[in-house]
Design a protein around this ligand. Structure first.
Ligand SMILES: *Cc1c(COP(=O)(O)O)cnc(C)c1O
Length: 609
């Protein structure tokens, strides 16, 4: 698998050309070149690259597909979308989203007070703001302030108590009343890891009985004209389209019923998020069973069909897809610091004048190994290394002999695996798994790929170059946290093979893809590894520019951010050094400068040998 599943997960965003991975856009810059340019000023550690053109592509795809479906189905409602802030709240992502979405009136969705304030500050005036999640009186009042300030805002209630608070705030103030939405609790549940948002026991939404109660409350308060939207969200990364359709039928019928019950201002149906992203690198385990074309035409067709049958005007459609919009725009690039088997390099052999006979035999096996005897010699080598270890335990050979034996045996195995890689036997495959190469990356899985740690979510992984060569090493990826969970193990069902690289001679960078949704905020500072340095890459007609760089936090600032006084720490270290004995004044001064420099650098590793 030389292309690392590019044709499955990459959506034509990347291509392989001349050994390297490139952006498939305009001047087609290579990721390695961008990485080297960023590192040329001494920047080290993992880097996160944002590509705004990929955000633009996804927004356009969403709007174009819905607009086509609306035309094809002669649908009478409009299409509207908002970006759910919880998926990525970081400034350079949000600025790109609002900039690229402007021509479509793309809005923002908020699920907390801080997100609501962000939405109020960042949503263009004509675009929509939708508000979900649990709300108190303060948050509801913020919604009134947004409406008063001219924003197109809909507060979606998650329970009757929220509606009661809205009525109270409306009665107590003269502020403009925002539009009101009702989140409905569907009996249709989703599927997949994230599908906890639907069903009778769901965390969110009003039951049928509560919806009827809500209509009564609204009518009594003479606010029924403010009820404009019903909303549902059955879960994220909905890999199967069937439950989505089921939920749509249910919600569509609730909408039609409410119109008939006198909710005459009701005109919008908000179908939430859930549009899935392809994360898989292997065709047999592809995660999605539908495309954006199928999704949009199913939504439009189904809603049209339900409304036609019940003789109700077609509602405007709202979506809140987040993952689909931003997952592809961010790529994490990490240097590989070490290959575990480098400890078994042939250069490290230190043979004696007289070697134990088993060692001599291993030397012969190494010399004579070829395609036809590979399996037999491999068995011999495995056998010999077992015997050598037994001899060592019994005290018959020394540590140098043991080291030589391990290096020689390892080399035989590696050569045999390589010779037979096109056509491996079962035994060889199992051996691959056992002898997998460990690639130590200068990054933290907890910080940068938290969904791998928490949910076993795979992300596409591939090197940035050497792509003309078939990789042979079964790879497991280890991060630099001191936690054994910081590992992406080799999975024989979805194998990742990487190249055998001499890291003394060249760098080897791995890219982790589709990490733009959820990973950045969910990332945690385990071992005090903070957000990687990030850069926005604007690709233009003549090349590309690197803008919006934010360096990963310095060591002192990391400690400061969790509540330590950085000056106190600095003073303590300084005093300790200055009061120390047995070095000259000049040495003290030089060492102090060095110390201060270190504390200003980020917390990732800088030197590898
Ligand atoms: C999380 C969430 C979304 C976004 O879901 P995606 O799967 O990322 O598209 C949309 N709406 C609501 C209410 C959510 O909670």
């Amino acid at each position: 698998m030389k292309d690392f599943g590019l044709s499955i997960w990459a959506n034509n965003n990347f291509l392989i050309e001349n050994d390297e991975l490139k952006l498939n856009y305009k001047t087609k810059p290579s990721l390695l070149e961008i990485t080297e340019k960023i590192r040329s000023d001494g920047t080290r550690g993992p880097i996160l690259l944002r590509f705004p053109h990929l955000i633009k592509k996804q927004i356009k795809s969403l709007y174009t597909n819905f607009s086509n479906a609306i035309k094809e189905n002669n649908y009478k409602g409009s299409f509207n979308a908002v970006f759910p802030l919880k998926v990525n709240q970081f400034p350079h992502a949000i600025n790109a989203i609002t900039k690229e979405g402007k021509e479509y009136n793309y809005g923002l969705e908020a699920g907390s007070k801080a997100e609501l304030v962000l939405a109020m500050a960042k949503t263009p005036t004509m675009a929509n703001i939708t508000v979900n999640g649990f709300k108190d009186k303060e948050m509801i009042t913020l919604g009134f302030i947004a409406a008063q300030s001219g924003q197109n805002i809909t507060l979606t209630i998650e329970g009757l108590n929220e509606l009661e608070t809205i009525i109270k705030v409306a009665n107590e103030s003269n502020l403009k009343i925002p539009n009101i939405g009702i989140r409905v609790r569907l009996h249709s549940t989703g599927s997949g890891t994230w599908a906890k948002s639907g069903g009778m026991d769901a965390k969110f939404g009003l039951t049928a009985t509560e919806i009827i109660e809500a209509i009564k409350l609204l009518k009594n308060a003479q606010l029924i004209n403010k009820l404009t939207m019903i909303h549902f969200h059955i879960g994220s990364q909905m890999e199967d389209i069937a439950p989505i359709k089921k939920a749509l039928r249910e919600a569509g019928n609730i909408y039609a019923e409410l119109r008939k019950m006198g909710a005459t201002s009701l005109s919008n149906i908000n179908i939430g998020g859930g549009l899935a992203v392809e994360y898989d690198q292997h065709s047999h385990s592809k995660s999605r069973n539908y495309s954006i074309e199928e999704f949009s035409s199913s939504v439009v067709f189904l809603l049209g069909e339900i409304m036609n049958a019940k003789n109700v005007k077609h509602p405007n459609i709202f979506t809140e897809s987040g993952r689909f919009i931003v997952a592809s725009h961010a790529v994490l690039i990490t240097p590989v610091l070490e290959l575990f088997s480098q400890d078994y390099r042939e250069e490290l052999l230190s043979l004696k004048e007289e070697n134990p006979p088993l060692i001599d035999e291993l030397i012969e096996l190494n010399k004579l190994l070829n395609n036809s005897n590979a399996i037999e010699y491999l068995h011999d080598a495995l056998d010999h290394v077992e015997s050598l270890l037994t001899l060592f335990d019994l005290g018959y050979i020394d540590l140098q002999d043991r080291s030589n034996g391990e290096i020689l045996a390892h080399n035989v195995i590696k050569k045999a695996l390589y010779l037979k890689s096109a056509n491996p036997t079962n035994e060889l495959e199992q051996l691959q798994v056992k002898l997998q190469e460990r690639y130590l990356i200068n990054a933290s899985i907890f910080q940068s790929l938290p969904d791998y740690w928490g949910l076993n979510q795979d992300f596409p992984i591939m090197p940035l170059n050497h792509l003309g060569k078939t990789p042979h090493r079964a790879a497991s990826i280890w991060d630099i946290t001191c936690d054994s969970d910081g590992e992406i193990g080799f999975n024989p069902d979805k194998p990742l093979y990487l190249h055998d690289i001499d890291l003394d001679k060249e760098d080897y960078f791995l890219g982790f893809f589709n990490i733009g949704a959820y990973q950045e905020t969910l990332g945690m500072q385990h071992n005090l590894f903070t957000k990687p340095s990030e850069y926005t890459i604007n690709i233009n007609k003549t090349g590309y520019e690197i803008v919006n760089s934010i360096e990963s936090k310095s060591i002192l600032n990391i400690l400061n951010s969790i509540g330590y006084d950085k000056n106190e720490i600095l003073n303590k270290l300084e005093k300790g050094l200055l009061n120390s004995e047995f070095i000259t004044k000049k040495e003290k001064k030089d060492t102090l400068l060095k110390l201060k420099l270190f504390l200003k650098q980020n917390g990732y590793l800088r030197t590898t040998n």
